[in-house]
Design a binder for this molecule. Structure first.
Ligand SMILES: NC(=O)c1ccc[n+]([C@@H]2O[C@H](COP(=O)([O-])OP(=O)(O)OC[C@H]3O[C@@H](n4cnc5c(N)ncnc54)[C@H](O)[C@@H]3O)[C@@H](O)[C@H]2O)c1
Length: 372
């Protein structure tokens, strides 16, 4: 990849001159994992932060992480325009989302819901006169042909095209990127796009089927006593980025003049066996791995950080060992609280395995009805 050319082509936007000047900010999907961390950080920096989401945050009362919570179904452009009104900065993190156990088996639901959200959000932001828009894209946009080798999986930004993402989830994100790029070119709106690579950390989904591998592995390490369940041979490789680094990267990018999609992830790649060993080491466990069939995703994926370093002079800083320990301790505290509340809980039966979330066909026109 011609990195200098990509950087030069992207450095054409207007930066935020003084990020410390208070703004009115919307975090769409802000009750979710990454959105709530972002909202809390922006609130702490003195901005007025409106969160719009279809559900409230699971762990916080609104006043703990935002100035105002609005319940809204963001698949509908009218709802989006309303929540964007009066807002200077828009961060769009809303999506129908989950780990491999969800995205691999729910293509139709994801394609419908997330496409509606992305389109409605950017158009609603335009109609409301917002000047700056951030779109949360994903490493899932990359062409699967470039992710077959678990040992050599560095993804530079140009490798998303020609397009062949593995799942509908990644295709929707790639389409969303193009929509943002077009709106940024055609209208008076600065758009910024980050491709997140496996974000994990405290307050992330950790059970129920939508959780991703870092949380699922922490849960299994805590709950298992004989073997450690793993989908596939465990040689699939990934990098994982702690949510605090993700938030830092979103803001640095948002304030910058860089308009093209950029990787936001760690370049510390591990395979799933190594990740399992790491989480088991936190409490001295060394269980035998039990490899079972399950959705594995691509074979290898790592964030190539050449562009982000050139553009922002920064890349994610938190080591996998430090970040995973924080996530592990938080999940352990959740499980301990459940045990205390119930008096007695068989956590091995409940939490030592993962499940695939089957796609449920909506009743009649339930999709459309929910978008009203
Ligand atoms: N977590 C990751 O590793 C990761 C990786 C790549 C990209 N992303 C992207 O980052 C963003 C945030 O991800 P997250 O991990 O915080 O997920 P999340 O599921 O915790 O947050 C998404 C939020 O969107 C909300 N939402 C869904 N449908 C909605 C609707 N119709 N109207 C309003 N709100 C709706 C959900 O309620 C949820 O609170 C998403 O766009 C996701 O695709 C995340």
């Amino acid at each position: 990849m011609n990195v200098d050319g990509y950087v030069a082509r992207g450095m054409v936007g207007r930066p935020v001159e003084d990020p410390s000047v208070p703004q009115r900010v919307l975090v769409a999907g802000g009750a979710g994992f990454i959105g709530s961390h972002l909202a809390q950080r922006l609130l702490g920096e003195g901005h007025f932060v409106r969160v719009a989401d279809v559900v409230p945050n699971e762990y916080f009362a609104p006043e703990e992480y935002c100035s105002e919570f609005v319940e809204a179904d963001l698949r509908k452009v009218e709802a989006c325009r309303k929540v964007c009104e009066g807002m200077d900065w828009i961060f769009c993190l809303a999506a129908d989302m989950g780990g491999m156990g969800f995205i691999h088996s729910n293509n139709s639901v994801i394609l419908y819901n997330s496409t509606m959200i992305t389109l409605s959000m950017i158009e609603g932001a335009r109609q409301a006169g917002a000047k700056r828009f951030f779109f949360a894209s994903s490493a899932c946009v990359y062409n699967e042909a470039n992710q077959e080798d678990p040992n050599s999986a560095d993804l530079t930004e140009n490798l998303a095209w020609p397009a062949k993402p593995q799942d509908g989830y990644g295709l929707e994100k790639l389409y969303g990127e193009e929509v943002c790029l077009s709106y940024g070119r055609d209208f008076n709106m600065e758009t910024r796009i980050a491709r997140f690579h496996n974000i994990y950390g405290e307050r992330g989904t950790w059970k129920g089927g939508r959780e991703k591998v870092p949380a699922a592995f922490c849960r299994k390490a805590i709950a298992s006593t004989s073997t450690f369940e793993m989908w596939g041979d465990g040689l699939q490789s990934r990098s994982f980025c702690h949510v605090d680094d993700c938030v830092e990267g979103i803001l640095r990018l948002f304030y910058s003049p860089f308009v093209l999609p950029i990787n936001l992830g760690s370049s510390e790649m591990v395979n799933m066996r190594q990740l399992a060993q790491l989480v088991m080491s936190f409490e001295g466990k060394d269980l035998e791995l039990d490899h079972i069939p399950g959705p594995e995703g691509v074979r290898g994926r790592n964030s190539d950080n050449t562009v982000i370093k050139a553009v922002l002079g920064w890349e994610p800083q938190i080591s996998l060992a430090d970040g995973m320990r924080r996530a592990y301790n938080w999940i352990k505290a959740q499980i301990d609280a459940e045990i205390e509340a119930s008096g007695e809980l068989d956590i091995e039966t409940l939490y030592a395995t993962s499940r695939v979330v089957a796609q449920q066909e909506p009743e009649g026109d339930e999709f459309a009805a929910r978008a009203e």
